[in-house]
Write a protein that binds this ligand. Structure first.
Ligand code: C2E
Ligand code: MG
Ligand code: MG
Length: 349
């Protein structure tokens, strides 16, 4: 719909009127059909100079409104990557991949049985240069569609392994977990690439774990098993990420060369208030331990939750409670503080 002279009317009011009109069941062939609707607003000339741009941006605002479950939203040019639509992001990503304008952040993971063994998860960031960055959840799917994912994964792996070599020179030997995409586990060149990296930087493969989501592993389990078994032979560990969100069959799972299961945040967050989720988490811990796998709980934001998860047998805890993702300088500071506290404990004993 085009509104002329929107300043003379209240847009919110206008949309609410239309929405209340639409908010009645429609009877189609004797069936009552309930409609829901969401509106997106873009203004001319602030948000675009032609009809195509205005339409695109009102669509972006409509999706934003759906995401935050609001009845409508007005386009916000400053809202980070929401400023760009998918086509623009794909073109920008192409340029970012050419110059590898990415950054790795590291989130610490608490190892319950050995708190002195530091583990990080490497998480990619794409800074746009204006203080905003695009979240991996937004650009990894685009990279998967445009085949840029292979170069991105190679960059993440090389940056991680090179960083492990730098830390080793400082007598620091943390473990790092790296995320793989569904395309990577169909890629026969991944294992030879990894083998070359580990030998070029003389890094102990035991310091590296690769995370594969449950959903991506289940897309082509036979192929995944072949690729993962080769990687495992290098001495690298393997973890199933976002466990519980896919539909793994237990028989497939028990045949995969997996060392670790990461229980998805959606089951962990409300564990203390949801008896269903608590039952799921407890039985996943039992299942994983019977398959000789470690269990990581993701998304642990409070001490109470962390302690409870430790009490029911989680081997590793990851979440804002223990530490947020940090850039390299912050990670280095974190590592040296941890070294100092280990030193203190050692000198007390
Ligand atoms: P993931 O592998 O499950 O990573 C955990 C995500 O949860 C990260 O989001 C992390 O910042 C966030 N997180 C950690 N602790 C908490 C917490 O206590 N509360 C909440 N609310 N969130 C927490 P991030 O960095 O935005 O990454 C999102 C996803 O993007 C990752 O989910 C992973 O699937 C993907 N990803 C990240 N880096 C890479 C990469 O280098 N390659 C590939 N292929 N995917 C990546
Ligand atoms: Mg992960
Ligand atoms: Mg996860």
């Amino acid at each position: 719909m085009i509104l002329n002279d929107p300043e003379s009317i209240s847009i919110g009011h206008y949309i609410e009127n239309i929405q209340s009109y639409l908010d009645h069941p429609l009877t189609i062939n004797d069936h009552d059909v309930n409609l829901t609707n969401t509106a997106g607003v873009a203004l001319y000339p602030e948000h675009g100079s032609n009809a195509e741009e205005i339409l695109k941006r009102s669509e972006i605002s409509m999706y934003n409104a759906k995401r935050i479950q609001a009845p409508y939203a007005v386009y916000e040019p400053t809202a980070s990557s929401n400023f760009y639509d998918q086509t623009e992001l794909a073109a920008m990503l192409h340029a970012a991949v050419a110059s590898m304008d990415f950054e790795l952040f590291f989130q610490p993971v608490l190892n319950v049985h050995n708190p002195h063994q530091t583990t990080f998860e490497a998480l990619i960031r794409w800074p746009l240069g204006d203080g905003y960055s695009v979240r991996p959840d937004e650009f990894i799917p685009i990279a998967e569609r445009t085949n840029a994912i292979k170069q991105i994964t190679h960059w993440v792996l090389e940056t991680t392994v090179a960083q492990l070599a730098v830390w080793r020179q400082q007598s620091l030997t943390p473990s790092v977990q790296v995320n793989l995409s569904v395309k990577d586990i169909e890629d026969d060149s991944l294992e030879p690439f990894l083998a070359i990296l580990l030998s070029r930087y003389s890094v102990n493969p035991g310091q590296l774990t690769l995370e594969v989501t449950e959903t991506s592993m289940m897309q082509n389990p036979d192929k995944a098993r072949v690729v993962l078994e080769k990687i495992k032979k290098l001495g690298v560990s393997l973890s199933i990420d976002d466990f519980g969100t896919g539909f793994s069959s237990l028989s497939i799972l028990s045949n995969m060369p997996i060392d670790e299961i990461k229980i998805d945040r959606s089951f962990v967050t409300d564990l203390l208030y949801s008896s269903n989720h608590e039952a799921i988490v407890r039985s996943t811990i039992f299942l994983a331990h019977s398959l000789d796998c470690r269990v990581v709980a993701e998304g642990v934001e409070t001490e109470a939750l962390g302690k409870y998860l430790i009490s029911i047998g989680c081997d590793k805890i990851q979440g804002y409670w223990y530490g947020r993702p940090m850039n390299l300088a912050q990670t280095d500071a974190w590592l040296s503080e941890t070294q100092i506290s280990i030193g203190k404990v050692a000198s007390q004993n």
